[in-house]
Design a protein around this ligand. Structure first.
Ligand SMILES: Cc1ncc(COP(=O)(O)O)c(C=O)c1O
Length: 438
């Protein structure tokens, strides 16, 4: 099934790719897509792949969902682009109202739209600094927030993301994340008294004064960093710290938002309301769109014109976003994410017992990770094994992706409307692959 030499068109396009596109742009697979429908991708040579990557947690309603395609087509015929700062347009305004309606919490929110996740993170930095009149920022180990310079400063993974690209924006402090499989303070949950939260309080005496910190940026469930699901007390502890010291709590829900963890937003699992929420990926099922939402008093604060962008909230992307929320609600896809996620996790958990190189299988909704280790005692990360598994899955027609600061986690992110039959077929491929690598 993979792009072997017989795949003539793939080979031809690869030659053109290599001549004209920088080698430093990485590809997990050698597949060149031609068409995508629901949970399936067909490459330019007609090979079909079951898509458990969803473009890294983006096409949650399935590739080319017909209703979203229609919304895009209709909007493209009406109005392509105005630049919201020159002429407003209806899809932007309607989508803002819709996103405000689905965000948890009673406090009124205002929303602005941008193009990418990283761009929304950059803008969030402006808002927390303006509101608090402070400069410093904090973000956790294992967090990922994007590839622009501010976002990279908040990002923890060094290789290949940061190495050689220094310096980043200054005054960013790294805090521990409750990665209980690898506790950052050497304890065991439960019974640890949330020592990681206490360590953050300690840092305020030895690293940076709490009163200098404008915002703590955090993924409520970490994605790229390895599908890390913290205990409720960790996220609640962060909220308490922020309230105590006047720090803004910013949830990066770029990967977790719009149903990926089995709730519309991952923050609902913890019943904690942030001051700002950053969204992208699943928001428009693949159209480039991101959003930043926050309490009205924070969002109204910067000088008029201090934030914005030419394409941010493009009408076609916003039309896709409106349609995406309609589809999520009408087809009950968030519930599907929860239910199918539980089913998959239940079955995949078996891998922990069957293979010494599987340290932990964890997941929330349809965001699932399999952590590969050299052995269960040492927990030494086993990056090559994760790579081997991903490669074999792709060879057998199933797309899965990689995660983790050390690249040792196999990540599974299917579209929410993947049929039960396709979920089982994908699981069969995964079990067969593991079986072949004893
Ligand atoms: C949690 C999180 N934040 C930020 C980003 C960056 O988004 P983008 O690639 O759209 O800039 C990502 C992308 O994977 C992400 O998962």
């Amino acid at each position: 099934m993979s792009a072997e030499p017989a795949n003539v068109k793939t080979m031809e396009l690869k030659k053109i790719r290599d001549k004209n596109i920088p080698g430093c742009l990485s590809h997990l697979t050698g597949i060149i897509a031609d068409r995508a429908e629901g949970s399936w991708i067909t490459d330019v040579d007609g090979n079909k792949y079951l898509d458990f990557g969803a473009g890294i947690a983006v096409v949650s309603a399935g590739n080319c969902h017909p209703e979203i395609v229609k919304a895009v087509q209709d909007q493209a015929e009406k109005c392509f682009h105005t630049c919201f700062h020159i002429i407003m347009q209806e899809p932007y305004i309607r989508l803002a109202e819709k996103v405000a309606g689905i965000l948890p919490g009673d406090i009124p929110k205002k929303i602005m739209f941008l193009n990418s996740g990283a761009e929304a993170v950059e803008n969030a930095i402006k808002f927390v600094r303006v509101h608090t009149k402070r400069k410093a920022l904090a973000s956790p180990e294992h967090g990922f927030h994007g590839r622009t310079y501010g976002a990279l400063a908040l990002t923890s993974k060094t290789k290949p993301l940061k190495e050689g690209l220094e310096p980043f924006i200054p005054e960013v402090y790294r805090i521990p994340y409750a990665y209980c499989y690898r506790c950052p303070v050497g304890k065991e949950y439960p019974g640890c008294d949330m020592a990681c939260i206490m360590q953050i309080e300690d840092m305020f005496s030895t690293y940076v004064a709490a009163e200098s910190i404008a915002g703590i940026f955090i993924e409520p469930v970490i994605g790229e960093g390895g599908v890390i699901i913290p205990p409720m007390e960790y996220i609640r502890g962060l909220r308490e710290i922020c309230d105590k010291y006047g720090i803004l709590l910013v949830f990066d829900e770029i990967q977790t938002g719009f149903g990926r963890t089995g709730k519309m937003f991952a923050q609902e699992h913890f019943d904690v309301e942030p001051d700002l929420t950053i969204m992208a990926k699943g928001i428009a099922n693949g159209m480039p769109l991101s959003a930043l939402a926050g309490k009205a008093e924070i969002m109204d604060e910067p000088n008029t014109g201090a934030v914005g962008s030419t394409y941010g909230g493009n009408p076609i992307a916003c039309a896709a976003g409106i349609s995406m929320i309609d589809v999520l609600e009408r087809e009950r896809l968030v519930e599907a994410s929860e239910k199918k996620g539980k089913y998959m996790l239940d079955r995949l958990k078996k891998l922990e017992f069957d293979y010494d190189y599987v340290g932990e299988v964890r997941g929330l909704g349809l965001m699932i990770g399999i952590e590969c280790v050299k052995n269960k005692e040492s927990k030494e990360p086993f990056k090559d094994r994760a790579g081997e598994i991903i490669k074999e899955c792709v060879k057998n027609g199933l797309i899965v992706v990689r995660a983790g600061a050390r690249g040792n986690i196999v990540r599974i992110l299917p579209p929410f409307n993947t049929s039960d039959g396709d979920i089982d077929s994908g699981l069969d491929i995964i079990f067969n692959v593991f079986n072949g690598i004893k």
